[in-house]
Design a binder for this molecule. Sequence first.
Ligand code: HAS
Length: 568
Amino acid sequence: MTSTRETFQVAPLSRTLMIIEVTLPIILVVLGIYHGFMQTLYRAGVIQSSSFAGLNYYQGLTLHGVINAVVLTTFFGVAFGNAVMQFYLRRPLIGWVHATSTGMMVVGTLIAAVPMLLGLADVLYTFYPPLKAHPAFYIGATLLVVGSWVAFAGWIPLLRSWMQENPGRPLPLAVMGMLVTFIIWFLCTIPLAIEVLFMLIPWSLGWVDSINIPMARTLFWFFGHPLVYFWLLPAYVIYYTILPKEAGGKLYSAYAARLAFLLFLIFSIPVGLHHQYTEPGFDRFWKGVHALLTFGVAIPSFMTAFTLAASLEYAGVRRGAKGLFGWIGRLPWFDGERPLVAYSLAGLLIFIMGGLTGLVNASYNLNQTIHNTGFISGHFHMTVGGPVFLIILGMSLELFSQLTGKPIRGRGWNVAVPYLWMMGIYLFSPAMMVGGLLGQPRRTNMGLSYLDPSSPHFRLDWVVTSYLAAIGGAVMFLAFLIYIGVWIATIAAPAQQSAGELYFSTAESLHPDATTTSIVARLRPWLAIAIILILVSYWMPLQQALRTPENAPPYSPDNPTPLVQVRK
Ligand code: HAS
């Protein structure tokens, strides 16, 4: 990759739409984060309902999960993809396609928000049956996803025209990373579309009385695991392109980075059964196949760890570091002018534990101990709640600043946010994990009888871990409040540079990058392998799910009696 100082001027319509794409989810996340903090207080017995607004436990948890894990991440993936395509391909987005995509996503989010706020969709972010939501929830979610497909489709003419003009160059690394991200997204949202359109919506409209639960769950996890790489890969794009340059060095190997993205393409989808190890109806053999492939999907992250560590060491040495570990101290950890370094380093330090605990989950035997316990919540707050969330915060603010021409205010506070968040996570997640190892379940308030010393269910060890998790939650909440303060100060500041000028500092590769003929510069062979692996790994499990129709009536966790009687 070559380094560039050129900026790209975004057209006025796209600029307005991108400001909406980065601002709306951050506004919603205020509600999402608030409900996360309230969950921790409630589980520790500090408050008696799931929020000060008196929402019930599952409604609060649904708002927390759907806003943070689905709405924020999808908007960010689209906004960042739009920025990457325009900046690196040096072409404007097609205005009407962009407007259609953003419009669908905004309208879909608002439609889904109504039943969630009214308590008619307490189905958590996984919304698998027998939990049943109001049809508007599923219809809104569908619009959000289809809007993101439209954004992806809008990039294709830009890519084609760039390739025609640059026949001897591989795609810029960031563009390739975002392309892989959205191919994974497109492939994995197909089973989701089947589940929502042909199962959940007819069921929720009352056109059918019951639903095949194993099939719905299998289709969900067919989507649900690759989903986590849709969240993660934009962060990897930033780690590979911006971080090494901002840290003062180069990317150790762009070739290795390309290979990592392609390995995600082949391994991230055929692994969903690792969420269903404990479910009956699936042959052990296919659970084993998915377990093996899950270890495969860890390989590109291990490669990333080594490539990034080498890139950061190179940066530290260039900054004058001596000795084996001197480079660590030389990195610009607290440089307010380069906030993405702080947001990246804190995220990476969290992800070391997030990734390792993922390998624990993936191990079939260990999974029997931790499935559906607090251990899982600990794991995913160190992944989606760590590197993913921090990169979204850091880059959203950066994009907002570039699109509005307003410089980021409170730069010292801004770089404190990721480290404070990291401290909160390192209190919260281990507490949840230890609680999980002690048997504390996730996603159930159980009447919180374990808090009551007079109850036969009283568990002092769970009370201690819940308190530690609540303290971690408070620290994370404080970090987020500071972030919102920085955002508000930035909005209030007058514009000082021209609005809509995109600029991403981009690292050169220390070792030779791919050429157009390199295997890592060609997407098609990898896509073909991905599709073959998907077909092989899901062919039998889907048939097994079809053969075991455990139909059940709808169920509400808040009112645990069947809402509708199954037709006799
Ligand atoms: Fe996971 C459950 C396995 C990664 C998210 N995962 C979840 C759930 C979520 C989630 C949300 O196999 C809960 C779903 C639910 O609601 O039920 N996960 C894995 C594995 C990985 C993994 C093997 N997960 C993620 C990522 C997520 C995410 C990424 C979000 C973004 N996960 C599972 C399994 C379950 C599961 C089971 C189901 C469990 C159950 O029973 O329900 C791997 O991809 C992880 C590989 C990562 C690494 C780490 C590499 C480290 C790096 C940092 C290097 C640091 C540097 C810094 C360079 C091997 C890259 C150095 C700097 C200095 C200055 C020193």
